[in-house]
Design a protein around this ligand. Structure first.
Ligand code: UTP
Length: 271
């Protein structure tokens, strides 16, 4: 059973400067809800109530968001605007939030390792809130939890991307495929088009077995001098312990301006 979800949210979000100078990227709203809110809803739908957030300097707005604002509650109580707080109140009343800081931006692998004290020795989910995933039926993480419950190994969400874009992602090499479940033999972080073993890219949804922490402690920094989660997963994959899951749904790369605008239009048209 997956009980905890880790949200690495310490990145600088430089693509959204100057907005992200004092506002965490994860707090940028798609219509009325910040990106992190959608991520927490997806984790809740997957049965998770324990949200572990890796933050950094300038990210206190994240903690405030999931806390009670007594002044606002007082102002709005009994007014016609009270229903606007319904969704966030539901999250506050149902979930436990824990926080830890990543002091230096040493990459996603390092951010996940920093989350170890909040997770402990159990398998856990990871959501990168800037990848917004939507599906009319089961959410992407819920789909992945089902795969984990059956196979009890690490699971990564994958999707096909154009070969010209493989340099933006961790790319997998499959050893076999059964429907939408792929056994991964190997993976490489941000390969060029020519060196990519496939066009199946890992997106920001993972279920990781806890031995990943020991692997992250052991490996060296990789691409861009950062500790890469792909390099740690590669070690599990070489031992046949990682599945790729071709999820049902749409993923928006809200870490890019184009993806953020697309997600906004999609949600607006849906509402
Ligand atoms: P990105 O690669 O999107 O980096 O990180 P970024 O800093 O957030 O954004 P840009 O590229 O400067 O615009 C992917 C995810 O990993 C987290 C980020 O918060 C984001 O959710 N991350 C990345 C960390 O928590 N720590 C890091 O050291 C690096």
């Amino acid at each position: 059973m997956i009980k905890k979800c880790l949200f690495p949210a310490a990145g600088y979000g430089t693509r959204f400067l100057p907005a992200t100078k004092s506002l965490p990227k994860e707090m940028l709203p798609i219509i009325t809800k910040p990106l992190i809110h959608y991520g927490v809803e997806e984790a809740m739908e997957a049965g998770i109530r324990n949200m572990a957030i890796v933050t950094g300097r300038g990210k206190r707005a994240l903690e405030d968001y999931f806390d009670i604002s007594y002044e606002l509650e007082h102002q709005i109580k009994g007014s016609s605007k009270e229903p606007l707080l319904k969704e966030i109140r539901h999250i506050q009343n149902s979930c436990i939030f824990t926080y830890i800081r990543q002091k230096e931006m040493r990459g996603l692998g390092d951010a996940i390792l920093k989350g170890e004290p909040l997770i402990g020795a159990e398998a856990f989910a990871v959501i990168l809130a800037d990848d917004l995933c939507v599906n009319d039926d089961d959410g992407v993480l819920k789909q992945m939890v089902k795969v984990y419950n059956k196979h009890k190994c690490s699971v990564v969400a994958v999707m096909e991307v154009p070969y010209e874009e493989t340099h933006k992602y961790g790319i997998i090499k499959a050893s076999s495929q059964n429907g939408n479940i792929i056994k991964i033999a190997d993976m490489v972080e941000k390969p060029s088009n020519e060196n990519a073993p496939s066009n199946l890219a890992i997106i920001g949804r993972y279920i990781l077995t806890p031995d990943i922490f020991d692997i992250l402690r052991f490996i060296k920094a990789g691409v861009n001098g950062e500790l890469q989660i792909t390099d740690a997963l590669k070690i599990q994959a070489n031992e046949g312990r990682v599945l790729g899951y071709k999820f049902d749904g749409i993923r928006f790369d809200c870490g890019s301006i184009e993806g953020f605008v697309k997600a906004t239009n999609y949600m607006y048209n849906k509402s």
